[in-house]
Design a protein around this ligand. Structure first.
Ligand code: FAD
Length: 484
């Protein structure tokens, strides 16, 4: 019996691929098939459970002010599972020497919204404080400079994060705050990351207002005047983010998920596409009416090269690796630890070049999300990235966990052996949006119009965070096969 429904392949079952398959499955005229190389769904989303600890080995939450991930969770019946960060203890530290120095209160990434904490912070010299204080008064000059750049170099003008932030807050604040922040979030380098891609809202603000501080402070004032309480910064799911993946999988038609199925090549086949599967050896490629590639950038690039080399060349981006280490302490061990109040710390990236591999960031998980640990438990999560991660990839788990424990001990004082240690390697998992990324993505969209029935989605394009991925996958599907 033949069906007149269109067969659509989704390649890669990370968050982006799962959402794409789910969106396709809502359409009665489509027959989605999800092809995943590994034996597991979720890609870098992975939750483990041990003695009351809920361990996220990849993403731990999403930023609350972007709604797509929350709306998806609600649509999947997970509304009652949503939990929020414990912002009563929201404080981040920066590592100076072997000390944890609090970031000033009221920072919106690297943009202050309150003066007193900046003036009192030991992180900044007199010059750095003055640079912050003077920025709102330079609004007209900053706006004119931004417009002159657009006039000289076109709407696509882009620059490294370093020069963008330095123009506003001077070199010291850039080095002190922007460097560790961007390394901690993107595993990236402020000399190469694109301001237009990773700081898009700030770039828009500069073009509109000149100053970054003035609109941030004005927004805070408006919220206060209208009695709007700030919402918790991060949202996650009580039972862990893997629940979202499980719910997405459960919503797909029976038999539509094929694990252990690596796609080896892609080629045009009439009005559709043919996919060759690595395990199928010399077997006949499988034909689909449409294909969504939700694979990491380097895989998508390889699949796309024979079909459209110019489009594929736009995906020649670096991706840094990450190693996540979870150290869980209960009972006696937890009682011995002295962890300051806060969500965690960031480490200036230059230090990761030192002899001993250094963490790029650490999270005090049981404080950020108290549901992640049993009562009285302490849960520290460390992130090795940048130059340290490739060096440590081949180390045994025990050696990596011990390196993380020693790093925490340097900053917190004695750290006993944990009751549970989890080490997870994520090679080439964090794509780096280099200067010019937004313009390259616009060119790529143009090329894709030459390839009907093919869509690309995932963290290589318009954001690496979970809300951006959910939104991106939904958009990719509706553009690929508009509902009639
Ligand atoms: C350590 C870490 C922490 C993070 N923390 C956060 C956070 O707190 N909040 C947040 O919002 N974001 C966070 N991120 C970012 C976010 O998790 C990722 O951007 C996102 O999960 C990537 O999803 P994806 O679907 O694009 O790709 P992936 O998760 O990489 O999935 C791609 C899938 O494709 C499969 N595949 C590859 N090749 C083939 C092939 N040839 N055939 C078939 N299948 C193939 C892979 O096996 C994989 O399952 C973090 C990322 C990392 C690495």
């Amino acid at each position: 019996m033949t069906s007149d429904r269109k067969r659509v392949a989704v390649v890669g079952a990370g968050m982006a691929g799962m959402v794409a398959a789910y969106e396709l499955s809502k359409r009665p005229d489509l027959d989605p098939v999800l092809l995943e190389a590994s034996g597991r769904l979720g890609g870098t989303v992975e939750t483990m459970h041990a003695d009351g600890f809920t361990v996220e080995t990849g993403p731990d939450s999403w930023v609350s002010d972007k709604s797509a991930a929350r709306e998806l969770a609600e649509a999947l019946g997970l509304g009652s599972e949503l939990i929020y960060s414990n912002d009563a203890v929201r404080r981040n530290y920066l590592v100076r020497g072997d000390q944890l120095v609090p970031m000033p209160d009221g920072m919106r990434m690297m943009v202050p919204t309150r003066w007193l904490p900046i003036l009192e912070s030991p992180l900044f010299s007199h010059e750095a404080r003055m640079a912050y204080l003077l920025e709102p008064g330079r609004a007209a000059e900053l706006k004119a400079e931004a417009q002159a750049q657009i006039q000289a170099r076109g709407e696509d003008f882009d620059e490294p994060v370093r020069s963008f932030i330095t123009r506003h807050f001077g070199p010291e604040a850039t080095e002190t705050v922007a460097g560790p922040l961007l390394a901690g979030v993107f595993g990236g380098d402020i000399d190469t990351l694109s301001a237009g891609a990773v700081l898009a809202p700030f770039v828009r603000q500069e073009r509109e207002h000149g100053s970054l501080i003035a609109p941030a402070m004005a927004q805070l004032e408006r919220d206060r005047a209208e009695g709007r309480a700030p919402e918790p910064v991060f949202t996650t799911l009580r039972s862990g983010l893997s629940t979202l993946i499980e719910r997405l999988a459960a919503a797909l038609p029976a038999g539509s998920i094929r694990r252990g199925t690596e796609v080896a090549s892609l080629r045009r086949c009439g009005t559709g596409w043919a996919l060759a599967l690595a395990a199928a050896g010399t077997g006949k490629p499988e034909r689909f009416d449409a294909v969504v590639l939700a694979t990491p950038a380097h895989v998508t690039r390889a699949l796309l090269t024979p079909v459209h080399p110019e489009a594929a060349a736009l995906l020649a981006m670096e991706a840094t690796s990450a190693i996540v280490v979870a150290l869980c302490f209960a009972g006696e061990a937890a009682a011995q630890l002295r962890v300051p109040r806060g969500f965690g710390f960031l480490v200036p990236p230059g230090r990761a070049l030192s002899e001993e591999p250094e963490l790029l960031a650490g999270t005090f998980m049981d404080q950020k999300f108290p549901h992640r640990a049993p009562p009285g438990g302490v849960f520290l999560r460390g992130f090795f990235g940048g130059h340290a991660a490739p060096r440590m990839m081949g180390w045994e788990d025990g050696r990596i966990a011990e390196a993380a424990r020693l790093q925490f001990a340097k900053l917190l004082g004695p750290v006993p052996r944990p009751d549970h240690a989890v080490v997870r390697r994520w090679p080439r998992s964090l794509p780096q949006y280099a200067v010019g990324h937004p313009a390259r993505m616009r060119v790529l969209s143009g090329y894709l119009r030459e390839l009907p029935g093919l869509a690309l989605t995932g963290n290589a394009y318009h954001g690496v965070g979970l809300p951006a991925l959910v939104h991106g996958a939904q958009k990719a599907v509706s553009a690929l096969l508009p509902a009639t």
